[in-house]
Design a protein around this ligand. Structure first.
Ligand code: ATP
Ligand code: MG
Length: 381
């Protein structure tokens, strides 16, 4: 199966998987490959490895989309853009976009309670990633979007992130704070209720002004509900679009294969479009079937003639041991690869990417990953 066809049909690719497996590397590679083939590709990335960020120029640019210099690959036909997620900035921007007017906008941005809440939500990178994604999709500037996702402890967090803010803003909760006794102060309403001893105590501790501030804040925020809901629906529609693919990235390790398997189930249960599964950083099985002692014996006969026998024997023993260990590692990885391939049934494609020597930290190295990903036929699953 040729992954170039898959990429051609894709408008949005979301890379998911556990921490450290190569999500960011894969996301950047997919966007780069699109750019090499004439697309205007944007990778939305989160906390890329420092050297990758440096070489892409991401350390300087922050949360605005920036064009990546592809002069190292003169035959590139398209454009590669990247932006690094800055949660706080994204959240404030979100308020700016959905606020009904400048007064409400400024009041919310300056509100102490908003600042507290923004800190909490800004920590939720998965939510911010989807928010930024929506913005970028709206601009219409790009014909390929690749979303890198934060390492999630719980896969559900990411998939449900657009709903989080909505749940918080649920109108029923908000109306409890803001209605229905119009005119009366929030604090006095609270204290009027016989069962509101807790709030009476809150008033005693924080002062009634604070409770009134809270009410004003909730009232302003309520006006945003409709905007959030529309964005939530739009992001969900984007996730379900036939030209969207969720690509699960894992490494040949027990824990990341477990997370990848779990993701397959979650995506299937939610009827989200699966693109495929990539096992990254696979050790090469090349030479695994060689008889090490025969090969090493030959080498020793040729190269070892001038060396004392004990040195030759010690080197041979070490090399033989290293080969044996690598062989065992490859066998263990193959068992895990088989497991993840079975779990990927119906996902689309299954592809393995070798572990390269050294870090993948610049456009040229990403292109090497791209070759392994796109120029070697993948398995259809
Ligand atoms: N195929 C590969 N061969 C060699 N090194 C790789 C390969 N893929 C990724 N790496 C390296 O592994 C490290 C982790 O990769 P990356 O940052 O892409 O993972 P991640 O899944 O995004 O991590 P996190 O969950 O922390 O965001 C990086 O230093 C990267 O250069
Ligand atoms: Mg990453």
């Amino acid at each position: 199966m040729d992954l170039n066809h898959w990429l051609q049909e894709s408008r949005l690719v979301v890379c998911v998987g556990s921490g450290g497996v190569g999500k960011t590397t894969t996301a950047a590679t997919i966007a780069l490959w699109g750019a090499l083939n004439g697309r205007r590709a944007l990778v939305i990335t989160i906390d890329p490895a420092k050297r990758l960020a440096n070489s892409l120029g991401l350390d300087k640019i922050g949360s605005e989309e920036t064009r990546i210099d592809l002069s190292a690959i003169p035959e590139a036909k398209g454009e590669l853009w990247a932006l690094m997620l800055d949660s706080r900035h994204t959240f404030d921007n979100l308020i700016r976009r959905v606020a009904p007017n400048p007064e409400v906008r400024d009041r919310i941005l300056a509100n102490h309670i908003y600042r507290q809440m923004a800190d909490t939500f800004a920590g939720s990178q998965d939510y911010m990633a989807t928010e930024k994604l929506y913005d970028m999709a709206e601009t219409g500037k790009f014909d390929l979007l690749v979303l890198d996702t934060p390492p999630v402890k719980n896969a559900l967090d990411f998939l449900e992130s657009p709903g989080k803010l909505l749940n918080f803003l649920d109108e029923r909760i908000l109306s409890w704070f803001t209605g229905p006794a119009a005119g009366s102060s929030f604090a006095s309403r609270l204290m009027a209720g016989t069962s509101n001893v807790v709030y009476w105590l809150l008033g005693q501790v924080f002062g009634n002004d604070f409770l009134d501030d809270l009410a004003v804040f909730f009232k302003d925020f309520q006006g945003l509900y409709e905007g959030f809901r529309r964005r939530h629906d739009a992001v969900l529609a984007l996730f379900r679009d036939p030209r969207t693919s969720f690509v699960t990235v894992c490494a040949p390790t027990e824990s990341s294969v477990d997370v990848a398997t779990f993701f397959q189930e979650e995506l299937r249960n939610r009827s989200l479009p699966r693109g495929g599964v990539i096992v990254n950083q696979v050790h090469s099985a090349e030479g695994a079937t060689h008889d090490a002692s025969a090969v090493l014996g030959e080498v020793a006969a040729k190269a070892g003639a001038d060396l004392p026998a004990p040195v030759v024997n010690a080197v041979l023993a070490r090399l033989g041991m290293a080969h044996k260990r690598l062989h065992e590692l490859v066998l263990a990885e193959q068992a895990l690869e088989e497991k993840v391939r079975r779990a990927a049934e119906g996902a689309g494609f299954y592809q393995e990417v070798p572990r390269f020597d050294g870090e993948v930290h610049d456009v040229t190295a990403l292109r090497g990953v791209g070759r392994a990903l796109f120029e070697i036929p993948a398995t259809k699953v």
